[in-house]
Design a protein around this ligand. Structure first.
Ligand SMILES: Cc1cc2nc3c(=O)[nH]c(=O)nc-3n(C[C@H](O)[C@H](O)[C@H](O)COP(=O)(O)OP(=O)(O)OC[C@H]3O[C@@H](n4cnc5c(N)ncnc54)[C@H](O)[C@@H]3O)c2cc1C
Length: 181
């Protein structure tokens, strides 16, 4: 399938017709597949949240370097407060997102309940990476819209982080359930 982003990852339909799976090849107890699937999603959310932090950090690094290099009105655009504030917000949110990912991963490593922390980390970093690529591309101005600049790929790749391993809406449902609502 042709995609907006994540083009290095192949996506295609698989179909299984009259496919018999030998007992020895079952990945878990019979009839427990759905529960197992949900458990796997909990863990996967930490990985996708880590991708969100990494992607946001990449977008920040590109914007930081570009803002110091690009000159307008006789000075680097990094000297304009409007640009500084965007970079300051990005750095702050990335720090918060990274801490949330570490907390969820730590809880999982300790064998403690991590479902809530994983969903919160996934939701927060998905939305934070969206803001980060948007601000970073904005700081790049028109050049950011060109394929030649790495930020344009990060901008396209980001969106899937708010869809895969449960959409933002699904994370909110999971969080609400953990809160007892
Ligand atoms: C390239 C690619 C790779 C992917 N890789 C993975 C992966 O590795 N692992 C993984 O888990 N997922 C992955 N996904 C996501 C998965 O395939 C689905 O796209 C995702 O679970 C959403 O399901 P859907 O597309 O059927 O959307 P739908 O369920 O049709 O949802 C459409 C919209 O309605 C909203 N919605 C649906 N139901 C509700 C509800 N009850 N309340 C409120 N809002 C609702 C959704 O949040 C969404 O905004 C991937 C998707 C893509 C495109």
């Amino acid at each position: 399938m042709k995609k907006l982003g994540w083009r290095a990852s192949d996506t295609r339909e698989l179909s299984f017709k009259e496919c018999t799976v030998p007992e020895a090849n079952l990945l878990g107890p019979r009839a427990e597949g759905f529960r197992q699937f949900l458990e796997i999603l909990d863990g996967g959310r930490i990985s996708v949240a880590a991708m969100g932090v990494g992607l946001a950090q990449g977008a920040y690094d590109l914007a930081f370097a570009y803002a110091r290099e690009r000159k307008q009105f006789g000075q680097p655009i990094a000297k304009f407060q409007a640009v500084q504030f965007k970079l300051a917000d990005m750095a702050t949110e990335i720090e918060a997102g990274r801490t949330m990912v570490y907390k969820a991963a730590w809880l999982k490593d300790q064998g403690r309940d991590f479902g809530l922390a994983a969903a919160q980390a996934k939701l927060y970093t998905g939305e934070l990476s969206n803001r980060a690529v948007n601000w970073s591309l904005q700081i790049h101005g028109g050049y950011g819209y060109m394929d030649e600049y790495a930020i344009s790929r990060l901008y396209r790749d980001q969106k899937i982080l708010e869809i895969g391993e449960g959409t933002n809406e699904v994370q909110r449902m999971v969080i609400a359930r953990h809160l007892g609502l």
